[in-house]
Design a protein around this ligand. Structure first.
Ligand code: CA
Length: 229
């Protein structure tokens, strides 16, 4: 499970990260809402743990904005605010769960697993891109309705490109999406995955933007988008 932790208190954040790591979860940490936005646009996560008292803005504002953009990532709010109206505000903003500080790490972990399980059972709309569709929950890709067999890394790469909706992503951003912290990354690994994705989904699916990175192009086995029905 890939967890994004948005918490500005370094002591709390490192405690959570260490605890969840010990249970086999991968945790990326950010300390501001701005950093959370950046990493969410570039990488794929299974769940977000969100502190409400962030230095740059209120966590609730970030959450409302993400939901407004259609982001369905499960969100667990972590906060010291414990009035009923705070909880209602959090749930209305689109939080899936709410945990009060101080809390027990085992409870946090149990709740994260519950959220991710629930999400997996939820029907998520397919991401449509021309004749390509991708189901983020099952990680299945279809080209003109035909299933395409993608490796785990290729799925992560495709999802990152689809999620960025045509924005250019640097090689570093893409590597962050397809590799976890402990992974050995060969220097040409990204090029290899892009090559495979082009072979399977058409040579125009990934556009190279010289000097900057890559962005989503047109799907289809060497067809124009009009031909691809
Ligand atoms: Ca805080």
């Amino acid at each position: 499970m890939h967890v994004l932790l948005c918490e500005d208190d370094d002591l709390i954040a490192s405690g959570i990260a260490a605890g969840l790591n010990a249970q086999g979860l991968t945790v990326d940490r950010v300390a501001t809402a701005a950093a959370a936005r950046g990493i969410l646009a570039a990488a794929q996560f299974d769940v977000l743990i969100l502190d409400l008292g962030l230095p740059d803005e209120d966590g609730l504002k970030l959450l409302k904005q993400l939901r407004g953009q259609g982001v369905e990532l499960p969100v667990l709010i972590l906060t010291a605010r414990d009035t009923v109206s705070d909880r209602v505000d959090g749930l209305q903003a689109g939080a899936d769960d709410y945990l009060l500080k101080p809390f027990d790490l085992r409870e946090l972990s149990a709740r994260l697993h519950t959220l991710v399980r629930r999400m997996a059972g939820r029907s998520v709309n397919l991401i449509e891109h021309g004749c390509l569709s991708y189901d983020p929950s099952s990680r299945e890709a279809f080209l003109s309705g035909q299933p395409v067999d993608l490796s785990r890394r290729e799925q992560a790469l495709l999802h990152a490109l689809l999620h960025a909706r045509g924005r250019v992503l640097s090689s570093e951003q893409l590597k962050d999406c397809i590799y976890g912290f402990g992974d050995e990354v060969e220097s040409n690994a990204l090029s290899v995955h892009i090559h495979h994705l082009r072979r399977k989904l058409g040579s125009h699916i990934v556009e190279t933007v010289r000097g900057l990175g890559y962005r989503l192009g047109v799907a289809g086995k060497d067809l124009t988008s009009e031909d691809c029905q």
